[in-house]
Design a protein around this ligand. Sequence first.
Ligand code: 8Y4
Length: 276
Amino acid sequence: MLINCAGKTLDLSRPVVMGVLNVTPDSFSDGGHYLQMDAALRHAEIMVAQGAALVDVGGESTRPGAAPVSVQEELDRVLPVVERLARELPVPISMDTSKPELMRELARAGAGLINDVRALQMPGALAAAAASGLPVCLMHLRGEPITMQRGPVYADVVAEVRDYLAARVGACEAAGIARERILVDPGFGFGKTLAHNLHLLRHLDRFTDLAAGVLVGVSRKSMIGALLDVPVGERLAGSLAAATIAVWRGARVVRAHDVRETVQALRICAAVLAVD
Ligand code: 8Y4
């Protein structure tokens, strides 16, 4: 239940929140590098104070239709931030990347976990992740961010996502990454319709035996927007409901933008789950 993340401990005996820190150009307007660093550090410190057990740092926009980012561009954005956060924060820093070059450099910079929406399928990623010694989160993604929302089709979404993640866990084990250091994630919104997402959430317990824990990201996503018909800034209540259901069905890590509120929702879940 304890995962060593580059010397910092992730305790999954209770459900925890992974706070989202974006360092993509669309989320921080061009105030220069110092301002970006300051804003990132301040935001990360607030999330830790609010109870985040991890901070996820990403430099590639994985939103539907997003354009790919070059290695150098992603590294330039993310490396100074990861280095500083890893040094100054008491919690592990997760790197949201699929690129083996980033995995190597960010591991050297002190990152504590690899969060890969492509489940280490890019050439060289599996070897880079294994060599880093870091724990990993393997996410299911149908297609690529550019194409993934063009009519995804599954015969049985839960079985297919489960089989995919089981195979990726197997590939990791064969590469030397122990199952005890692997998280799996069905990838809400990544090449799934609303109905697919709802099936995955309802049957999330089917994933808990695959690895050390299940991670979910539902915060502010379009599945919430579709059900409530509200814009991205008005999805907190829906996101908390979805996070609560996810934890009730076995998730141990919830990736979220609204850390304080999500930590509170998870505390209620944990308290009820602790009685029998
Ligand atoms: C509004 C808010 C609209 C957020 C779209 C989004 C996941 C992830 C992302 C996830 C894991 C996102 C990096 C997409 N989602 N990593 N990353 N699991 N493991 N979209 O679900 O937040 S980015």
